[in-house]
Design a protein around this ligand. Sequence first.
Ligand SMILES: [Zn+2]
Length: 486
Amino acid sequence: MYRRLAAVGMTTAVTVAILSAPAAADDAPVDDAIPGAPGIGDPYYPLDGNGGYDVDSYELAVTYDPATDLLRGTATIQSRATQSLSRFNLDLEGLEVEAVTVDGTAAGWGRDAAELTVTPSGPLRSGRHFTTVVTYSGVPSTGTGNPLGSSGFTATDDGALVAGQPHSAASWFPANDHPLDAAAVDVRVTVPEGLEAVSNGALEEQVTENGWTTWHWRSPEPMVTYLVVLAIGEFDINAYEVDGVRFWDALDPDLFAPLPQAPGLPPLGTTAQASLARQPEVLDFLAGIFGPYPFSTGGGIVDDVLELSFALETQTRPLYAPGFFADPLGGDLVVVHELAHQWAGDLVRLGGWQHLWLNEGFATYAEWLWLEREGLVPVQQQFDAYLSDLIPADDPFWSVLPGDPGPGPELFSPAVSQRGALTLHALRQAIGDDAFFATLRSWTATRAGTAVTTDDFVELAEQESGRDLDELFRTWLYTAGKPPAR
Ligand SMILES: [Zn+2]
């Protein structure tokens, strides 16, 4: 039954109610506002990231002068409140804050170690989009207490490098510095004319004025903060396009000098160039495993910093320590590893640092698949070697739990990456090639743009294979000791 008159009356009453309601909900008092948490809730690094809001975009404008090491920056951060906020935190290590505004109005702020607490002039209602602008300056300090060693902001002989895990962004801009919060990133870096500044994504513009050059890099695809890279110095930049992907490779020209300690060997730059030239081929190979390359840009950065000990999968443009290019095979493998991370880690993100094996095990397994594809070492032989005597049963390697290595140096140990890869091969042995590769493809397809945990992966592998895999993953990820050979 449809009671027409009553319905019309109701509609009128509702319409009147809507029209006479306050114009904007933001004008109503916010009586449930509480401070946002100083950490996003990662048990390994309780103060990393922050609670109560989610960042949509960072727009960074920084000026860096290598002569003085002075950095000046303005960070414009668009966020959405996920609770009603009386105040909220950003992560920022060192540097001096000069001013903070929220939606154009001056805000109060305070510092406590790496926490910057911002108190807007009024509370922010849950769901509200707001813009925070932080103006800051100072000499950035290299991160300390970092399991990866010297990372974060590092001054070099001709500029600076910024990259590192688990946190590096907060060494040069205020951030919600945890992989649970991804955002679009737009970076304008101004450096003395004659120097290059390289970051993620596409080079939009390069403008020189009064002896300073501004390099504008834009990453439309959301990115988590530890994947934001900055390299300042002398670089030869090689820009090219393959299959719709725009590449920018940046190599320090000093890398092309012959190595005094290794006469007769090609310079590191020559080997790096050769490995980077294989990027399109590597991406094709990886797309066959994980699905289409998820980003519109690519490339790599190699600076002449011999002390640098790591490579990092900074989104679309990994940073490589030059030492990896001492030999051609090592060079190719590190490129395969970092490009595999573009799917495992960058597209599919960590739900917490405990789950790092989902990044490292996958990238290492991709190296093993590449070695097999190149006709060098079959994956099975690699697996058998670990389980025979390559690493004895009493080696500390087997005491690290890849599924819960803890927040100390073990987190970035070979056990997480290599035993992580062994775990994947054990899974492949148990469920067969079809279900295994279907699981990998489904993982990147269904978890793209989300933060994941080990349980998510176990659940998917069980779904794809129709098998109960609890015991397998318990043995490989959560039990100390060398698993028995199958
Ligand atoms: Zn890795």
